[in-house]
Every structure is written in structure tokens, then in C-alpha cells.
Design a protein around this ligand. Structure first.
Ligand code: MF3
Ligand code: CO
Ligand code: CO
Length: 275
């Protein structure tokens, strides 16, 4: 059974209940999420051949510090970095390292800032130099998956409508949906209920209600959907080493649909615009 609780009165741990946030809470989320979006915008000119993902990690840390925010991934369950940087066949949770990005790479940069008690979680793909047409197409398909998932958000519909919209489009484009990771409730907590699956059927999952806040973050592969986590305990890669992409927004359910809290103020959300 699904239970919904007033976010203001609920204990700060994931009990499986779905929190409903107030208009004031939405304003807090707007601020945290816009800081994350501005950081992702600021990274656009920096992501070039020769730049290391450690330099990106330092940039995100400094950006947070300069704006009174903490990177939520830092020391999260033993994760040691301010950002996830997932290159080519890395599906998610790629760890920054002192290795330069190379011409033709595609990299997902996933930032979560904790600002005044609110988490803003978003990621985008960044092409490094000139990328192949197949990579360009995968990024376009994945961004379209995210936007179609977002278009399915409205009170009264079930969270499965998001998954169905994403899976239907991805598979029509001869791509596959990663099953092992999902979107999540977010707000005062980084990872909260409900899970948002990127596949499934419209009649599955809990009903969406006004005041819910969650991420949608589809991971889409050119090859098979299967992933494995490397021995470092974090880096998830496609089993067949096929190319993979991910985009993520944090959204809040409104009376008529949803508000995308992490939209780029510079309009740099979609692939092709961020170069
Ligand atoms: N930002 C990721 C998400 O979208 C979570 C990263 S957790 C980490 O949920 F520990 F790997 F950083
Ligand atoms: Co997330
Ligand atoms: Co994220």
C-alpha cells in the first residue's frame, strides 16, 4: 500500500512513504536546482579534449563552496567525489580521475548540490570535441526520453506512465533502457521514495500527487540493456561495452503537470546546444 505524508511533519528518513511538499518547499528546491543547473552550464566551455575529470570534480566542489552549497555525493555512502563523470560505456557513477578526456568521448556529468537543506540533482551529456554521429544520435534519443518521461507527469497518473513513455520511445529508436538504476524521490533527502522506473506500464507504480518531488534520469544504451558494477564498487558499465547516455532533471508535481526545477537558465539542456 502507498502512503503519502506531509513533508513538514515526517521524520527525515526513507520510510517508503511518499512526501508531499508545500509551496515554500518548492521555492527551496527551485534555488538548489537552479544552482545545479548553473554549474552544469558553467561546465560547457570547460569540457574539451585534454581536460581531466578530476579538474571537473575540483570545479564542481569550488562552485558549490562559492555559492554556499555542498556537493551531496561527497562522502555519500563512501563516495569520495563532488560529481559523477561517466564516459562512453560507463552508465553512471563514474569516478573522476587524472586521465584527460579525448576527442570523440561523450561524458555524463551528474551534479547534486545541497543548498539550505534542499537537494538539486541533475545531469547532462557533454560531447568532447567532435563526436561520431551514432554518439550524437544516442544523446538526442536519451534527452528525448527524459522529456517524454517528464511530459507524462501529472497528478492522477501513475509513475509507470513515465517509464512507459521512456521505454516506448527508446525501443522505437532501437535503443535499450537500463533497468538496474532508477529515478528517486528527492528534497530534504538525496534518495527517497518513490523509485521512478524508466520502463514499464502506465498502470503500474504509485499515483502521482501534487507536491511530490522526484528525479527522472533514464540511462539508454545502443547495445543490450545489461550493466555490471566494476570492482571499485561504483563504476557501472554496459556489459557489452556499448555506448550509453543519461540525462536527469528534478521535477515537482503541480496541479496540472510538473515544474522542471533543474532547467538550464541559459537554455543549454539539450544535446547540440552545449558546445
Ligand atoms: N546523482 C546520482 C543520482 O542521480 C547519485 C550519485 S550517488 C554517488 O541519483 F554516490 F554515486 F555519487
Ligand atoms: Co538522481
Ligand atoms: Co544525479
Amino acid at each position: 500500500m502507498v502512503t503519502y505524508i506531509d513533508a513538514a511533519s515526517a521524520p527525515l528518513k526513507n520510510t517508503g512513504a511518499i512526501r508531499l511538499y508545500s509551496a515554500d518547499d518548492f521555492e527551496g528546491m527551485r534555488r538548489a536546482c537552479q544552482l545545479t543547473a548553473r554549474c552544469l552550464d558553467a561546465l560547457v566551455p570547460m569540457v574539451q579534449p585534454g581536460v581531466t575529470t578530476s579538474a571537473i570534480d575540483r570545479f564542481v566542489f569550488e562552485f558549490g563552496m562559492d555559492h554556499g552549497a555542498l556537493p551531496a555525493t561527497l562522502n555519500y555512502r563512501g563516495y569520495k567525489y563532488s560529481v559523477c563523470t561517466s564516459i562512453n560505456h560507463v552508465v553512471c557513477h563514474g569516478m573522476p580521475e587524472d586521465k584527460p578526456l579525448r576527442d570523440g568521448d561523450i561524458v555524463n556529468i551528474d551534479v547534486t548540490f545541497l543548498l539550505d537543506g534542499w537537494h538539486g540533482d541533475s545531469s547532462r551529456m557533454y560531447p568532447v570535441g567532435q563526436v561520431k554521429r551514432a554518439a550524437e544520435r544516442l544523446m538526442e534519443v536519451t534527452h528525448e526520453c527524459l522529456m517524454r518521461g517528464i511530459a507524462a507527469v501529472r497528478p492522477g497518473a501513475r509513475t509507470g506512465a513515465i517509464g512507459e513513455a521512456i521505454q516506448t520511445f527508446a525501443e522505437a529508436e532501437r535503443c535499450t533502457v537500463v533497468r538496474d538504476f532508477c529515478g528517486h524521490g528527492v528534497g530534504r533527502l538525496f534518495h527517497d521514495s518513490p523509485n521512478i522506473l524508466h520502463y514499464g506500464k502506465a498502470n503500474e507504480g504509485p499515483e502521482m500527487r501534487e507536491g511530490m518531488i522526484f528525479t527522472i534520469e533514464p540511462m539508454i544504451n545502443l547495445g543490450k540493456p545489461h550493466v555490471k558494477v566494476l570492482s571499485d564498487g561504483w563504476t557501472a558499465v554496459t556489459r557489452d561495452r556499448s555506448l550509453t547516455a543519461q540525462y536527469e532533471h528534478t521535477v515537482g508535481v503541480t496541479a496540472t503537470g510538473c515544474e522542471i526545477f533543474t532547467l538550464s537558465p541559459a537554455g543549454l539542456d539539450a544535446p547540440g546546444l552545449n558546445r
